[in-house]
Design a binder for this molecule. Structure first.
Ligand SMILES: [Zn+2]
Length: 195
């Protein structure tokens, strides 16, 4: 026997999430049915608000409005920009409480393997934000693509009188910023090195 159409489409919706296979989607659909009504309501409310999630028009971080909280914050040091590959890294770095500058989210990294080129990333927009900037910290993941991206940005900023630094890798090579513990990540910020 087949699942009812409504349940089937719930499974299919979950299965569309990247990294979720059919079996997991099926489990999630059953879990959803078992949710208490109040949580179901919260779930539906969150989903119906998904379309309100925007990308900040300055730094491309996730935001509820045109400009994110960090860009709006006048107390943050606008002379330092930390470049990351995706919004998850912003939230990971914010948790360490060691960085008080601004961010720029590239939306990926340069990857020859995945056919991702500099023009596919938010790099041009970074170049329009450099007035008064003294340091750009490249905080891409310590792997080949992350390094390539960092070097590319360092080259672009050459001769602009801006210090370009990268995180010191107490972060293990091949590691991942979002999974680093706060102390390791904080240390790699403190000990950052010039390109
Ligand atoms: Zn922003």
């Amino acid at each position: 026997m087949e699942y009812p159409e409504s349940f089937k489409s719930l499974i299919e919706a979950f299965a569309r999430l990247p990294g979720v296979g059919y079996k997991s989607a099926e489990r999630m659909a059953y879990s959803y049915l078992d949710l208490l009504p109040e949580y179901k309501e919260k779930f539906e409310h969150a989903l119906s608000n998904v379309n309100k999630i925007k990308h900040c028009h300055t730094c491309f971080n996730l935001s509820d409005s045109e400009e994110c909280e960090i860009c709006k914050d006048k107390n943050r040091d606008a002379s330092t920009i930390c470049v990351v590959s995706n919004p998850k890294d912003v939230f990971a770095i914010e948790k360490t409480n060691t960085f008080s500058g601004k961010y720029h989210v590239l939306n990926g990294v340069i990857s020859l393997k995945k056919g991702k080129l500099p023009q596919d990333l938010n790099i041009d927009s970074l170049l329009t934000r450099l007035d008064g900037v003294k340091e750009v910290i490249v905080a891409t993941n310590p792997n080949l693509d992350g390094e390539t991206t960092g070097l590319f940005i360092a080259k672009l900023l050459e001769g602009k009188d801006i210090k370009v630094t990268r995180l010191a890798y107490g972060l293990p090579m091949g590691g991942n910023i979002e999974y680093s513990d706060n102390i390791t990540l904080a240390k790699s910020f403190e000990n950052r090195k010039s390109f």
